[in-house]
Design a protein around this ligand. Structure first.
Ligand SMILES: Nc1ncnc2c1ncn2[C@@H]1O[C@H](COP(=O)(O)OP(=O)(O)OP(=O)(O)O)[C@@H](O)[C@H]1O
Length: 246
């Protein structure tokens, strides 16, 4: 991982530089080619997300929001352009290295929670840490801490099907934060929740942001977008507005 160190104090605490650029897209273009049509899902995107920002990606259906999140999360590659994640160029990584970087540095929160139904809450949160090869004792500590952060430690032995939707999303948030990722990416995190549970999950994200997390979320909800610190609007695969809210 590339870090720039210019003084002794930075050398002692390289991770704590405020406002450091964590994700940098330059001229990023994603074209989907099918037999008959070419779709420019993303066209020439320039976007920098800095440490402790909370970015809301908004835009009409088909404007490229999910594609952008998939590229940022290394779930998909780009057709052209560059992507630096914490200073490291990541688009040309092999699929295996991409998976490793994704596991280590990106936390995902999906609309449909995506928990594994026959694993307990504890095991769901532990799974990405197991893939990473962390020792059992460290995994246990991280899982317990993450479940405490989201208020779900008392449900560690439950199966996802025994929880409400709001509780399942809290577990999914715990899974996303347990590995201490550089950024949390959320695709419509409250899309499957009623308004009360949706508000609770947004409050949880706000707490994580306050504690120092960097977030990027796709949302259709203008009220949610206003809770973020910055709104990036897409239209036809292009950034048409980039507004700093606070
Ligand atoms: N796998 C794919 N193959 C071909 N075209 C695709 C593929 N995925 C997305 N697209 C196209 O890329 C464009 C952007 O899609 P994307 O899903 O990113 O939009 P979105 O803003 O997330 O939409 P929504 O709000 O409806 O989820 C759309 O025109 C879509 O049809």
């Amino acid at each position: 991982m590339m870090t720039t160190m210019t003084s002794d104090s930075e050398a002692r605490a390289p991770v704590a530089v405020p406002g450091k650029a964590l994700l940098q897209l330059d001229g990023l273009t994603k074209v989907f080619e099918t037999e008959e049509v070419e779709t420019h899902a993303l066209s020439n995107i320039h976007l920098t997300i800095r440490q402790n920002e909370w970015v809301a990606i908004v835009g009409p259906s088909g404007s490229g929001k999910s594609t952008l999140l998939a590229v940022l999360g290394l779930l998909d590659t780009a057709t052209r352009g560059s992507y630096l994640l914490d200073g490291r160029s990541v688009l040309e990584l092999s699929p295996a290295d991409r998976a490793k970087v994704r596991n280590q540095h990106i936390g995902f929160i999906f609309q449909s929670f995506n928990l594994i139904g026959d694993l307990t809450v504890f095991e769901n949160v532990e799974l990405p840490l197991t893939y990473r090869g962390l020792p059992a004792q460290e995994r246990k500590q991280r899982v317990e801490r993450a479940l405490e952060r989201v208020g779900m430690a008392h449900r560690a032995r439950h199966l996802p099907g025994q929880l409400s939707g709001g509780q399942q999303q809290r577990v999914a948030v715990a899974r996303a934060v347990a590995g201490d990722p550089l950024i949390l990416l959320a695709d419509e995190p409250t899309g499957n929740l009623d308004s009360k549970n949706g508000e609770a999950v947004m409050q949880l994200l706000a707490d994580l942001h306050k504690a120092g997390s960097t977030l990027c979320m796709v949302t259709h909800d203008p009220a949610q977008a206003r809770i973020a610190t910055r709104t990036v609007s897409l239209f036809d695969g292009r950034v048409v507005q980039d507004e700093q809210l606070r």
